[in-house]
Design a protein around this ligand. Sequence first.
Ligand SMILES: CCCC(=O)SCCNC(=O)CCNC(=O)[C@H](O)C(C)(C)COP(=O)(O)OP(=O)(O)OC[C@H]1O[C@@H](n2cnc3c(N)ncnc32)[C@H](O)[C@@H]1OP(=O)(O)O
Length: 309
Amino acid sequence: MLNAKMIRSKFTVTFKNCKIVTQTFLINSMSTDSSQPSFEEIRKYLWGFGKGNVNLSKNEDTGIATLVLNNPEKRNAISGQMMVHLRDCIEELEKWKSGKAVILQGHNNIFCSGADLDFVRAAGTKQGASYMSTWMQDTLNRLQRLPLISVSLLEGFAIGGGAEVAVSCDYIVVANNAKFGFVHAKMGLVPVWGGTTRLVNKIGQRKALDMLLTSKVFRAVDCLNIGLADAMVPTAESFVKTMEWLSPRIQHHYTIVRANKTSVINTALNSYQDSLAKEKTMLVPFWGGQLNIEALNKKIKHEPSQNGD
Ligand SMILES: CCCC(=O)SCCNC(=O)CCNC(=O)[C@H](O)C(C)(C)COP(=O)(O)OP(=O)(O)OC[C@H]1O[C@@H](n2cnc3c(N)ncnc32)[C@H](O)[C@@H]1OP(=O)(O)O
């Protein structure tokens, strides 16, 4: 049981030629379970490590948010501070009731080089392992469960913890220059941010085991071929092309988009019976609702798409 109190700071940035309000969040959390470290304790611990930040921008007009990992001196490696920022951004997205999608990317066309190796060295204790895995797994679980369509846009390297962040999203879009790898074994580590579980769900047991054991770094086209990536886009216009790819997937009213995401993630993460029970409750706001009546009045004739998309 956690209680949260939020402290917020706002500033405006220009991103991809759009003026956007960017927000940084700090959240105080208290655990009532004395046997577990509280998230507040873990927050204080992680905050002491490294630099960098995670920027959240929400576009109210399109319903699309962007989350940018930003630690340019280290190829956007995730420091302790960034772990805190990332969780705060996810908490903010949980509160965004009219959003449709979130795109995750790395600053300056590099997704993420994994955990900050300086953090790995400095926090190399049992406490460090427990704090980091608790925090990051919870954060990425929450990212995965967001009622938003989540897309990781991989440009350049997405390795180690960067690969774990990527597989937490509903979809992976690779730029031509993407390089993706679970390199943990090569670093004498195993994934603990939920990456193994999510990788197996995405590509199956045998391919996942192979990827983990070999530490192979895959090129974009290979990511597509093994079924890890959902689309490949040209590096030079990767963001625009990702938006284009996303567009038909979020074309409907935000309530419909969110309900479908919620249903699918419930099915993926819960038992068959629980999923059926939950699905049964989903229709009530829509049946006989405004969107439904408008659609009925249009007398829509459903045809196959022309381009096969
Ligand atoms: C539970 C989580 C498990 C994990 O994530 S373990 C961490 C896995 N990641 C790694 O081992 C990353 C090792 N780095 C690399 O392989 C390469 O730097 C990489 C990402 C392919 C990029 O290569 P290049 O583009 O040639 O750039 P570079 O090597 O010259 O690096 C530029 C500067 O960035 C630094 N850097 C890159 N990745 C880092 C990281 N994860 N943590 C801390 N620092 C990192 C690198 O040391 C270099 O710094 P400097 O300019 O020499 O001071």
